[in-house]
Design a protein around this ligand. Structure first.
Ligand SMILES: N[C@@H](CCC(=O)N[C@@H](CS)C(=O)NCC(=O)O)C(=O)O
Length: 213
């Protein structure tokens, strides 16, 4: 099994958190020939990273699908709690993280230079603010998003939220995070986990993210 990923890739970061947290020995490599190359598209017709190459050589793209697969294939240590309600909460936070926080941040990062900004930026900013408002409702005093244990929700949320400061500054809103105290608390507590800490350190050079103290 092999994961095509890049340190700078926001959508790859959650999968790497899951791999490190589970202690899996999966080779992690950049896409052969580069992300946009014909060579990589011949391997993965969807063309995106992360992409897991299964043992039967099937490419599995899409970060959420990869994390579900890894959870099914290597259930211990669990990153998805038992019980339908607990599972639903993790899925909910994962979805908010991917669709309402990570995706807007990636779209906004493409337009970080004000000279290259188009009207879609304000739509993505609105979606981001809705995502932040939504996620903070669910964050309590626990170390992680859905309780005392690391879950797939944290794999998604922690890397996304650490990108926030960089993007917010580019959009003239460096204080954005301060408007969400539960999110600030969550960032500090979740980043104590070694798997999250490792991935944030990998992302830091590309995103100029200040690593947590
Ligand atoms: N929904 C996908 C998004 C993946 C994605 O857009 N990845 C970026 C890199 S972070 C990519 O491969 N971009 C190249 C492209 O879209 O052609 C996922 O969660 O895996």
């Amino acid at each position: 099994m092999k994961l095509y990923s890049e340190d700078s890739s926001p959508f790859s970061a959650p999968v790497r958190v899951a791999i490190y947290a589970k202690g899996l020995t999966i080779a992690i490599e950049p896409p052969p020939g580069g992300l946009l190359s014909a060579k990589f598209h011949a391997i993965n017709p969807v063309g995106t990273i992360p992409c897991l190459i299964l043992d039967n050589n099937t490419p599995l793209p899409e970060s959420a699908a990869i994390m579900e697969y890894l959870e099914d294939k290597f259930p211990e240590p669990r990153l998805r709690p038992a019980g339908p309600e607990a599972k639903a909460r993790v899925r909910l936070l994962q979805r908010i993280g991917e669709l309402q926080i990570m995706t807007p941040l990636v779209e906004l990062s493409r337009q970080a230079d004000p000279a290259q900004r188009d009207p879609s930026a304000s739509v993505w900013l609105t979606r981001l603010v809705r995502g932040l408002s939504s996620v903070q409702i669910y964050l309590g005093d626990d170390q992680f998003a859905a309780g005392a244990q690391l879950t797939l929700a944290d794999c998604e949320l922690a890397p996304a939220l650490f990108m926030l400061a960089k993007i917010a500054t580019a959009y003239g809103k460096p204080e954005l995070l301060q408007a969400y105290p539960p999110i600030g608390r969550y960032l500090a507590s979740s980043s104590r986990h070694p798997a999250i800490r490792r991935v944030l350190a990998e992302m830091a050079p590309a995103w100029e993210i200040r690593e947590p103290a």
